[in-house]
Design a protein around this ligand. Structure first.
Ligand SMILES: NC(=O)c1ccc[n+]([C@@H]2O[C@H](COP(=O)([O-])OP(=O)(O)OC[C@H]3O[C@@H](n4cnc5c(N)ncnc54)[C@H](OP(=O)(O)O)[C@@H]3O)[C@@H](O)[C@H]2O)c1
Length: 244
């Protein structure tokens, strides 16, 4: 690691918003430790990618807890940012929305482990390193956490609402350590998580277009930068005005 280089731990880095976030932070000179289920893909162009990748299934509490030591060993005692971006949005047969009437307990559990519990377990486990760097945490929530969405299921939506509430709680608890905690709530961003039919929603958005993963990564970058040094406990909507 270069002297003075900042470090980010990012979950869900292999595709979509996470992939764009690695590119943004790498371009800004940061070292990025990536966490996802797949092994590192050598096609990913950023420096040091392979040795900075941690293969982990965040649906497993045991793997998540064990990963904290693996991550700590890769740090020099300081962590400048943790971005909890990994998320899953399971669908029913034929891509159907899973409502509260047809989501089984195993699915609720999986969604909450990946989308919610992993975020607080990682932040708590890396608290000393975050405090040492006066770092920042960004939780990736969703517009579905604030309203019923035609495609996002009930477990997904409630996990994101819980993650927004967790952001508030963590901002309160981590603030005295000098660690800022914020959330970003994307709307319809062009990644593999989108469902067929999203075009209909996009037609009604004030900006009339899908978001690009890089546009979300730019807001994460802002929240982790000194430009946001007095911002904590907030959730920024990144959605072309979908919430208005
Ligand atoms: N795209 C949108 O329109 C939109 C809107 C609102 C919110 N969001 C939120 O934004 C975040 C990123 O979404 P995206 O659209 O970029 O999703 P995506 O393209 O489906 O990517 C999800 C990422 O999470 C990782 N992941 C999934 N399950 C995991 C697990 N069990 N353990 C570890 N990593 C796991 C995946 O990597 P592996 O497959 O390698 O594990 C992948 O890197 C999510 O939290 C999502 O809820 C997205």
């Amino acid at each position: 690691m270069a002297d003075g280089q900042k470090t980010l731990v990012l979950t869900g880095a292999s595709r979509g918003i996470g992939h764009a976030t690695v590119k943004r932070f790498s371009a800004g000179g940061w070292r990025v430790l990536t966490c996802s289920r797949q092994p590192f893909d050598p096609r990913c162009p950023w420096p040091g990618g392979e040795e900075n990748h941690i293969q982990i299934d965040l649906a497993s509490p045991d793997q998540t807890i064990a990963a904290i030591e693996t991550i700590r060993e890769k740090l020099d005692g300081r962590l400048h940012a943790l971005v909890n971006n990994a998320g899953i949005s399971p669908k029913g047969p034929g891509g159907a929305r899973l409502s509260t009437l047809d989501t089984d307990l195993r699915t609720w559990g999986q969604v909450f482990h990946v989308n919610f519990f992993a975020s607080v377990v990682l932040a708590r486990g890396l608290m000393q390193e975050l405090a040492a760097a006066q770092g920042a945490v960004v939780n990736v929530t969703s517009i579905a956490g604030a309203r019923v969405h035609p495609f996002a299921g009930a477990a997904y939506a409630t996990s994101k609402a819980a993650l927004a509430a967790l952001t508030r709680e963590m901002a309160h608890d981590f603030g005295p350590l000098g660690v800022r905690v914020n959330a970003i709530a994307p709307g319809e961003v062009e990644t593999s998580i989108l469902s067929p039919g999203t075009e209909k929603i996009v037609e009604g958005l004030p900006l009339r277009r899908l978001g690009q993963p890089s546009e979300v990564a730019d807001v994460i970058w802002f929240l982790c930068s000194d430009a946001a040094s007095y911002v904590t406990g907030t959730e920024i909507e990144v959605n072309a005005g979908q919430h208005v």
